[in-house]
Design a protein around this ligand. Structure first.
Ligand SMILES: Cc1cc2nc3c(=O)[nH]c(=O)nc-3n(C[C@H](O)[C@H](O)[C@H](O)COP(=O)(O)O)c2cc1C
Length: 330
């Protein structure tokens, strides 16, 4: 029986598997987003990844044109397996001085899916709705989830424990249950979803979609050092450390990169949230550039390859796991 996704907004319907490739700071560039969309899942990138030199034409505008043209070409050549829509991530934090400009550019390009993080704001949701887009807001607990929906987001990304980058500390079992008690709109669940089995588990918890980031770091199309890709392949859940030191927000990082920077991952001090800064002037590009973010799910990643291979594998696992469970209930 085909998956019934008719309750979801149009932009989230008809995906090959119910999965969003999450935005990754520095790493998600058009090449990766295009590969993810062509493979049939939502591809995404943070608007802040498109950085031009002062006085130059906004790179975000160029990227959005490139993505649209490439996906249109794919759709004309492959009408039987059209590309999935793409999403742009906006960091809604006071230190992001480009936000208003980036919202305008995204509205001009009719960006279909907007993912917002680190702050829920009515104007951002209005900008998305003005061009027919939908907004999924990234939250780590039920309180933030309620605020996001009150301010006009259409859906949520529930970031549970074990997710890469800035991550929550709550079990996905607890978080999904609390959100589903009052919200029946679109929810994507995030946190160490690296296999089709974990994607199926997310669906069983009531999520409409999974939301996967770290596995896509170890791909040919990712804008990441070879050493970073190799460390993803060579690491597992035990090699992840949860710390607030690097950005002021709690997040998951590769222990190996912390050690390589001369620090002891077992004894990291905590930092306060006021040290968060997404402006061009930030002094600590260390987080993300030399301290490498990753979620706990990377034990499933055995090699570096094309992004499409991850989608192929997860689809095969998802279908097999679903059939196995369905047999128990037949
Ligand atoms: C290296 C890295 C960079 C990230 N950058 C962003 C970002 O710029 N914006 C954002 O909303 N989330 C960001 N995230 C979080 C992801 O979007 C997502 O929540 C997470 O990757 C999901 O967990 P997983 O990596 O275990 O699949 C980042 C995660 C990683 C690992």
């Amino acid at each position: 029986m085909p998956r019934d996704d008719s309750h979801l907004p149009k932009a989230l319907q008809g995906l090959r598997i119910p999965l969003i490739a999450s935005p990754l700071f520095i790493i998600s560039v058009p090449e990766l987003v295009i590969a993810q969309c062509k493979a049939g899942i939502v591809g995404s990138f943070p608007a802040l990844n498109a950085r031009e030199a002062e006085g130059e034409h906004p790179l975000l505008d160029t990227w959005l044109t490139q993505i649209r043209e490439e996906l249109d070409r794919h759709n004309q050549a492959n009408p039987d397996r059209p590309a999935a829509p793409y999403a742009v991530n906006q960091i809604v934090h006071r230190s992001n001085g480009r936000l208003d400009r980036d919202l305008e550019i995204c509205a001009k390009h009719d960006v279909p899916i907007w993912i917002t993080s680190l702050g829920a704001r009515v104007e951002v949701n209005e900008a998305a709705h003005s061009c027919g887009g939908i907004v999924l807001h990234d939250v780590i607990n039920n309180t933030f989830a309620r605020k996001a929906i009150e301010k006009g987001a259409d859906g949520l990304v529930a970031v549970a424990a074990g997710a890469g980058g800035h991550a929550g500390a709550q079990s996905p079992f607890a978080l999904m249950r609390e959100i589903r008690e009052w919200f029946d709109g679109p929810v994507a669940l995030s946190g160490a979803i690296a296999t089709g089995e974990s994607l199926l588990a997310a669906r069983a918890l009531g999520a409409d979609l999974g939301y996967t980031g770290s596995p896509f770091i170890a791909t040919d199309e990712a804008n990441a050092d070879q050493g970073y890709k190799d460390m993803i392949v060579g690491s597992g859940a035990e090699d992840i450390v949860y710390s607030s030191l690097f950005t002021g927000v709690w997040g998951n990082y590769l222990k190996g990169s912390v050690e390589a920077a001369g620090m002891d991952p077992q004894n990291l001090p905590t930092a306060d949230a006021s040290s968060m800064n997404f402006g061009q002037d930030r002094e600590k590009p260390k987080a993300w550039k030399t301290i490498w973010g990753s979620g706990q799910g990377i034990g499933a990643i055995k090699s570096v390859g094309p992004a499409g291979d991850i989608v192929d594998r997860m689809e095969a696992e998802y279908l097999a796991a679903g059939q196995k469970l369905a047999a128990e209930f037949a």
